[in-house]
Design a protein around this ligand. Structure first.
Ligand code: ADP
Ligand code: MG
Length: 697
């Protein structure tokens, strides 16, 4: 049997495979495209394609696919075989540079937010050489971007790549201004911790809500939930352990640095964290991880739920996006070092994040907005919808000192220049870990914790990269023309703290008091997706994206439209599923139970009028009343759905109908159903209960 280092990445067209299947010149040319962003000419592309195909054939491949990330949030693929017909009814296996570089696909079925009318169905996929091709099953997967005939982007990878170029360029400008000529590229690095649920497949297929929507729409709380805290980091059950082992194995073959696995807070909830890598690769790898999880689960008799809130009353699943900047020379730009107070470079990069987050709170909130995530944010299990940064008191103290030092620049500065450190030495772990902050500085990186578990992490990283690039650019503008660089750095950092310290909060973000305090600080609190989405196209945001060439106005409007449509469709499906379950299963089940009790009361009475029937009659009465209500609320939900369907407004206007009318009608219906479930004989209840779903593993 092969050891892990031996088989790691064996399904990836990585450097080792390239060296084996490409000539040295072609390998070098490809590497300079990957690392230096240089254009790849078509003769080289042909040779790369040839080598890639030979490698794929050696692994038993018959097909290739351009693997892309349309706005659906999941990946898409169309498989073509390598066969080329030859004379005499034979075939050969071929793959050209043209097929590698560009694919043309009918884009009309992918969401485009009006960018591309259905009659102009043409969409292009283009090879992203910065992310390795890989093999799954019998297919060679080529990571690609996806755009329309006019060049407007229709996917999540293109803007991510654009934002990575921006942040590299602006970080380099700033480093150069600081006299750093040794660095030629700066990479945004990301490690995405992924939470998920595993539930029994047999029970899953008995619940249409899970099958159609990924979450339970009905379900009374079981007597036991997660209150004993006995699952977090608990011993992993053998069946789950076998799944995790298999998962690691598959991911390692695909070159994904799967590292840490543990149980999470809720029963049946688990987490996988990889070792970080460059942003683009981390994003592709996270998509792959989610796919492999879903595909592998049935083999172990499970279904993997990636929904943000599969069960009410127990924690939902999120994703932590650990983000940092690293130079091509391997230096983490967010490493404070022993004396952050004297580490001007660190303070500037830190200031860029603080200012960026404060100025673009709305975009960060938007970047994690989905119908599913609205159930988590602010529900005391995930950070609230209010964006803020946790720095820890020590680091905040450093910034405060810089800001105050401004007052007496002359005298103090010469003192500081002599290396007198007035601050206690900063140690990485002296501040307690804060688990409630949406954006926590965790020693040498920022952990953005508001993401929902199913999210494509490209979205938040596009935002972070762009807003930080913008700040770095503004700082570079000042420092490139500075006569007194030290005093200008102090001024920049001090001003950022003075003007933006409201965004720093080291306390408990789950506490009620924070809501009041955040409001007093003037921080945004967009509780629901529609509220947040209203601001995507705000002038300041359009200016940011256009200036940084990440999106044009057209693309922002399209994205906004697509995200809102997806929100509306999601809730629509949920509402229709509820109605279906309510009418076809729950109502008849409760009615049958009531009917059977009536029969039993009648037969008791037929034996003797004196036999007590109060308990049955009481329950019959109680359930009958509830059933009446249930039926009325189902009608109300239907009316709310009809209202949404009849609305001729924009996607945003319709989203408010879903958010206000439909969701609240859903909640009412569920509440009565959950009470009925508690009073109905388990044998009559049409679905596996929460208790069975969560605790029989
Ligand atoms: P936890 O958040 O559970 O305490 P860790 O802090 O150990 O876990 O790490 C979380 C994630 O952060 C891991 O995926 C790790 O690879 C990633 N990470 C560590 N350093 C960096 C970095 N410089 N850039 C991006 N991600 C990083
Ligand atoms: Mg974490």
């Amino acid at each position: 049997m092969k050891t892990i280092p031996e088989y790691f990445g064996c399904m990836v067209f990585n450097d080792e495979a390239m060296k084996n299947f490409l000539s040295e010149d072609v390998f070098k040319a490809l590497k300079s495209t990957i690392e230096g962003g240089e254009h790849l000419d078509s003769s080289v592309a042909n040779e790369v394609a040839h080598g890639m195909k030979d490698w794929a054939l050696s692994l038993g491949c018959t097909h290739f696919t351009h693997w892309f990330q349309p706005m659906t949030g999941i990946t898409a693929e169309k498989h073509d075989s390598f066969i080329i017909p030859q004379e005499g009814g034979k075939v050969i296996m071929e793959f050209s540079g043209k097929e590698l570089i560009k694919g043309e696909s009918d884009a009309s079925s992918f969401p485009s937010g009006g960018i591309r009318a259905t009659f102009e169905a043409r969409g292009y996929t283009a090879w992203d050489p910065t992310s390795y091709a890989f093999v799954m099953g019998n297919t060679l997967y080529i990571p690609t971007v996806f755009c329309s005939y006019t060049g407007d982007v229709l996917d999540k990878k293109t803007p991510l790549l654009r934002s990575m170029e921006r942040i590299s360029a602006e970080a380099l400008r700033l480093l150069k201004a600081l006299g750093r000529d040794d660095v030629s590229h700066v990479f945004a690095t990301v490690g995405a911790e992924q939470e998920y649920f595993l539930i029994d497949k047999e029970m899953y297929i008995e619940r249409r809500d899970l099958m159609y929507t990924g979450r339970t729409l009905f379900g009374a709380r079981p007597p036991k939930g997660q209150e004993m805290d006995d699952h977090y980091f608990g011993a992993i059950k053998p069946r789950v352990a076998a799944f995790m082992e298999d998962l690691d194995h598959e991911l390692w073959k695909l070159g994904v640095y799967a590292k840490t696995e543990h149980n999470e807070a809720a029963p049946c909830q688990h987490e996988l964290a990889p070792v970080f890598t460059t942003c683009n690769l981390a994003s592709d790898h996270n998509q792959l991880t989610m796919e492999v999880m879903k595909n592998l689960a049935p083999k172990h008799g499970f279904v993997c739920l990636l929904h943000e809130k599969p069960f009410e009353g127990v924690n939902g699943s999120g994703k932590h996006n650990n983000w940092s900047l690293t130079t091509n020379t391997g230096e983490n730009l967010f490493r404070p070092g022993k004396k952050p107070f004297e580490n001007k470079q660190f303070l500037l990069f830190l200031a860029a994040v603080i200012k960026g987050v404060d100025e673009y709170q709305d975009l960060l909130r938007i970047s994690v907005a989905t119908a599913g995530n609205d159930h988590r944010l602010g529900a005391h299990e995930a950070p609230p919808a209010i964006m803020s940064i946790f720095l820890g008191e020590e680091l905040e103290g450093v910034l405060e000192a810089v800001a105050n030092g401004e007052e007496f620049v002359g005298a103090k500065r010469s003192k500081m220049g002599m290396g007198v450190d007035v601050l206690p030495e900063f140690k990485k772990d002296t501040t307690d870990r804060n688990r409630t902050s949406p954006i926590a500085f965790t020693g040498n990186k920022f952990e953005f914790r508001s993401l929902g578990s199913s999210l494509n992490i490209a979205c938040p990283n596009i935002m972070i990269n762009t807003i930080v690039a913008e700040q770095l650019s503004q700082f570079a503008d000042v420092l490139e023309n500075s006569d007194d660089i030290n005093s200008d750095i102090h001024k920049i950092v001090g001003d950022v703290y003075k003007n933006h310290h409201r965004i720093i909060f080291n306390g408990n973000n789950y506490a009620e008091e924070w809501l009041t305090e955040a409001e007093a600080r003037g921080l945004l609190n967009y509780r629901t997706m529609p509220e947040a989405m209203e601001h995507y196209g705000d002038e300041k945001n359009v200016r940011l994206f256009e200036k940084n060439k990440v999106y044009n106005r057209n693309e922002i409007n399209a994205r906004s439209e697509i995200l809102l449509e997806s929100y509306n469709k999601t809730i629509n499906i949920e509402a229709l599923t509820m109605l279906d379950m309510a009418r076809k299963d729950i109502f008849p089940a409760v009615s049958r139970f009531i009917g059977d009790m009536c029969t039993s009361v009648a037969s008791k009475r037929s034996i003797s009028e004196n036999l007590p029937t109060d308990a049955e009659v009481g329950l019959i009465r109680k359930l009958s009343d509830l059933l009446e209500k249930f039926s009325d609320y189902a009608d109300e939900l239907q009316a709310a759905v009809d209202k949404a369907h009849a609305s001729k407004g924009s996607a945003l206007e319709i989203s408010y109908v879903y958010c206000n009318d439909v969701l609240s009608a859903m909640q009412k219906l569920r509440k009565v159903s959950d009470i009925m479930e508690q009073y109905t004989c388990a044998q009559y209840w049409p679905y596996p209960s929460y208790g069975r779903l969560l605790f029989t593993m």
